[in-house]
Ligand binder design. Structure first.
Ligand code: KG4
Ligand code: ZN
Length: 360
């Protein structure tokens, strides 16, 4: 394998404009310009506004990432950009910036699947901390747009074990927060309030739990159950009442996520579980995961908090791995491609049978 390539990566799939410089799995700089304030008053991301704000943020964010890493474009080995899934107009801002940089420098440009980036996030090292070595694992991917369980036999080798039939877990958090007038994004504020409330105050539904081999999710019924509770009882009139709804909602989400992820570990005989994506920052989820996984002898790993949400370091790390393994640079903007479509069947990966997990 060639030495770890130094890659400048851009991420603009949703509401964060991000740029990072990585050397393999080691993060040399990571800049994230969040648009949370822009979208907060609408209770969710407004695609047209997201594109416009990416346009004004992208150049300064790239400049800051180069400055923080103290490198010039001439010192890079490659470029990376998220090419899907995500909002079309938002993705295109990052992709066009990256194409411009590629044309100006002649550097290879690798398009990376956003969720593959999240898979790389727990391995990132920075500062005095070295990156984590790869081990096969089950990954629970929980973000605003996705809730999936994937068996990661090797980087680039992803097998989908289960996914949501309707809403993603993060989306349920955001919608419930909107119903409760808590603003956007819903995850962090519900997580904080949940810690003060009674998780048993309301018996909210846990979908598709009875069949022991079921690894799918559904959160739309839970969302409706919260709505019906509010329609019947009205908006909570005290912080304690609000906290009880948040705690009961979070308990339902967490129980389903942890149960299904651990089921998946048992079904593939894997003793390592990663939880990645924006929702992996959730304190209730982290606590329940640690306790329940330990009982089954399953080790768990979550990303550092700064790499749970969208960032470009994870995109750069995925591209650096692909570069080191002979992947042919290509960008294919696709707003809805599934992660297992970039797995072993990806024609851009050139077989490298000398590496463990390299033959694909
Ligand atoms: O991965 P991410 O930053 O963007 C997407 O790829 O979607 O995830 C964003 C999602 C949002 O739905 C947000 O509410 C949720 O992650 N989130 C959380 C927490 N922090 C962010 N959900 C639950 N608890 C949190 N602490
Ligand atoms: Zn994400």
């Amino acid at each position: 394998m060639s030495p770890a390539p130094r890659v400048l990566a851009i991420e603009s799939s949703c509401d964060e404009t991000a740029c990072a410089v990585v050397k393999g799995l080691y993060v040399q700089s990571s800049q994230v310009a969040s648009q949370i304030k822009v979208h907060a008053k609408f209770g969710g991301v407004v695609p047209e506004l997201a594109s416009r704000h990416h346009l004004s943020a992208i150049v300064p964010v790239v400049e800051r990432a180069l400055e923080q890493a103290d490198v010039s474009l001439a010192q890079l080995d490659g470029l990376a950009v998220t090419d899907g899934p995500g909002l079309a107009g938002a993705l295109l801002v990052g992709v066009q910036m990256a194409r411009g940089l590629a044309a100006a420098t002649g550097l290879p440009l690798h398009g990376i699947h956003h969720m593959e980036g999240h898979v790389f996030s727990p391995f990132l090292g920075d500062g005095d901390e070295a990156p984590t070595a790869f081990e096969p694992h089950v990954a629970l991917l929980v973000s605003g747009g996705h809730t999936e369980i994937v068996h990661v036999a090797a980087f680039g080798d992803y097998r989908m074990l289960g996914a949501t039939r309707d809403d993603a877990a993060g989306e349920a958090y955001d919608k419930v927060a909107k119903m409760l007038g808590l603003g956007y994004p819903g995850g962090p504020v519900i997580d904080r309030l949940a810690a003060e409330g009674n998780p048993k105050a309301y018996a909210f539904p846990r979908a598709m739990m009875t069949r022991r081999d079921n690894l799918e999710f559904s959160f739309s019924g839970l969302k409706t159950a919260v709505l019906v509770t509010l329609e019947r009882g009205g908006q909570p009139q005290s912080r304690a009442a609000l906290a009880d709804i948040c705690a009961s909602f979070q308990a339902a989400v967490v129980e389903v996520l942890v149960t299904k992820a651990l089921r998946a570990c048992t079904s593939v005989g894997c003793k390592l579980l990663h939880v990645v994506g924006g929702v992996s920052a959730n304190r209730g989820l982290r606590a329940s995961l640690a306790t329940r996984a330990a009982k089954l002898g399953v080790r768990t790993r979550v990303p550092k908090l700064r790499y749970c949400g969208d960032n470009a370091a994870m995109i750069g790390a995925a591209a650096a791995y692909r570069m080191a393994h002979g992947s042919v640079p290509h960008v294919d903007v696709n707003t809805s491609r599934s992660l297992d479509e970039v797995g072993p069947g990806d024609s851009s990966i050139v077989a490298d049978t000398n590496e463990p997990g390299g033959a694909r």
